[in-house]
Design a protein around this ligand. Structure first.
Ligand code: BGP
Length: 474
């Protein structure tokens, strides 16, 4: 079996990482508007208020807000079949809890979607990609509070209706899976996902469990809502998963690896099986964490199963030895795999891990999967004649596409698309840097926001164009 003729080749971007214009169009303040750029190896800082002294990269992004037509034209030139964008909640409901949405925000996304459709590019819309109005965190305490679920559903309904008939593929959340009470979370991760600082949480385990539960519930309710607004909607959820390998074949270490990887799946279990998993509730109970699934919630889980799974795949990791307190991700300083190379940021380069993950997930759930993010963050050198020779990026992507094809052609995984992160350079989520680049298109901006914002095609631009033209045969 070859890749389907309508296989969705393309890319993924997120509003807060590319739009900029953080205070234009009556946009409210979003949580990522308060995060500074992090020095290399140092976490980003979270500020309580805006101050003139720090650099907030999401304030300017790559100016996609004003330049989206030009950028989409470049994606069209590459032959993109799909582009995943996100809607910044704070553009639609500046505070998150208003009754009337901001029409200017709605119009902006309608224009972006129209532009994509003009070129025959399928829009895939994420409703929550780390973009929460700050007001909801300050007033209600974020996802800990169920009122925020209602606010989120109001926002979803507004967007389902505003883009009805134009958008077929929806994503309820990006990577809600990173918060789990079993692991120590970093401030920046709890902040990115829920606008809260881990170190300041009072009852850490209970809070993370409640957030995880409420977001899962919110996703199921949004799926049901989206299907009601338009039964043709295909609604999924995106997870960022790393395969976790045992450090050796000692069964204790194999068990450690299993447990570490399994932590990322309870929400997918809930969304695919239509019930919040009993094993998770029992695990919580054994640790004094209270999660009560009411009759009403059970109904919501049953009626809100997803149509597809979105997978963000960058790297695999190795579980810690028995005795180590926490398993750490390869993305954030865990054990390195001696068989694999890593990016400058220590993220392992493991194309076979993609095939493994696709197999693992498809066999577990049997519903269609789309790769919603995959790519290499690298420092690109602009040559004197203003070119970027990024053969390392081509090499990375080529190897991953080869493994994806094996998963489809040999292993019979139902994978209907491959979206790279990110087709154009934009602000990195975990570091806030511009210098961690993923794009086929270079954006002339540095970590301090200095530069012309000129767009320059890298060598990988033509290469990816060829991949799409030949449906992955190139
Ligand atoms: C994913 C996020 C993206 C993106 C990507 C790369 O987890 O969904 O928003 O940023 O990671 O991460 P970074 O930008 O930190 O290199």
């Amino acid at each position: 079996m070859r890749l389907k003729d309508d296989f969705l080749w393309g890319g993924s971007i997120a509003a807060h990482q590319c739009e900029g214009a953080y205070d234009e169009g009556h946009k409210g303040l979003g949580i990522m508007d308060l995060v500074t750029v992090g020095a290399y190896g140092k976490p980003r800082e979270i500020h309580k208020q805006l101050s003139g002294s720090a650099h907030y990269p999401s304030h300017q992004g790559i100016d996609f807000y004003h330049r989206y037509k030009e950028d989409i034209a470049l994606f069209a030139e590459m032959g993109f079949k799909a582009l995943r964008i996100s809607i910044d909640w704070s553009r639609i409901y500046p505070n998150g809890d208003e009754e009337i949405p901001n029409q200017e925000g709605i119009r902006f996304y309608q224009n972006v979607v129209d532009e994509l459709i003009k070129y025959g590019i399928e829009p895939i819309v994420t409703l929550y990609h780390f973009e929460m109005p700050v007001h909801l965190v300050k007033t209600y305490g974020s996802w800990v509070n169920r009122t925020v679920i209602d606010n989120y559903l109001t926002f979803c309904k507004t967007m389902f209706e505003a883009l009805k008939g134009k958008v077929r593929y929806w994503v309820t959340f990006n990577e809600m899976n990173h918060l789990d009470p079993q692991t120590e979370a970093s401030d920046i991760f709890t902040y990115i996902i829920a606008g809260l600082k881990y170190s300041e949480l009072e009852n850490k385990k209970q809070t993370l469990a409640t957030i995880g539960y409420n977001m899962t519930l919110a996703s199921c309710l949004a799926v049901k809502l989206g299907h009601t607004v338009d039964p043709l909607n295909q609604i999924g959820c995106v997870f960022g998963i790393e395969p976790v390998y045992p450090v050796d074949c000692n069964p204790i270490n194999v068990m450690n690896a299993f447990k570490q990887m399994d932590r990322d799946f309870y929400q997918i279990d809930a969304m695919c099986n239509g019930l919040f998993p009993a094993y998770k509730i029992r695990e919580y109970q054994s640790q004094g964490i209270e999660i009560a699934v009411s009759e009403e919630d059970s109904k919501a889980f049953r009626n809100g199963t997803i149509d597809f799974i979105g997978m963000n795949y960058y790297a695999s990791s190795v579980a810690e030895y028995e005795g180590a307190e926490e398993g750490k991700s390869a993305l954030f300083g865990g054990l390195q795999n001696p068989y694999l190379e890593a990016s400058k940021w220590g993220w392992t380069i493991d194309p076979v891990g993609l095939r493994y993950l696709l197999n693992y997930t498809y066999r577990k759930y049997g519903i269609p999967i789309i790769i919603t993010e995959n790519g290499l963050g690298a420092v690109d050198q602009l040559t004197e004649d203003r070119k970027i020779h990024d053969e390392y990026r081509i090499d990375y992507l080529k190897k991953h596409i080869t493994q994806l094809k094996k998963a489809v052609e040999i292993d019979q995984v139902d994978c209907f698309g491959y979206l790279t992160w990110a087709p154009i350079d934009l602000v990195s989520a975990t570091t806030g840097q511009m210098s961690k680049r993923y794009g086929f298109v270079y954006v002339d901006l540095d970590d301090h926001g200095e530069g012309t914002t000129e767009r320059i095609k890298k060598d990988s631009f033509d290469w990816f164009k060829g991949v799409i033209e030949t449906n992955g045969e190139d």
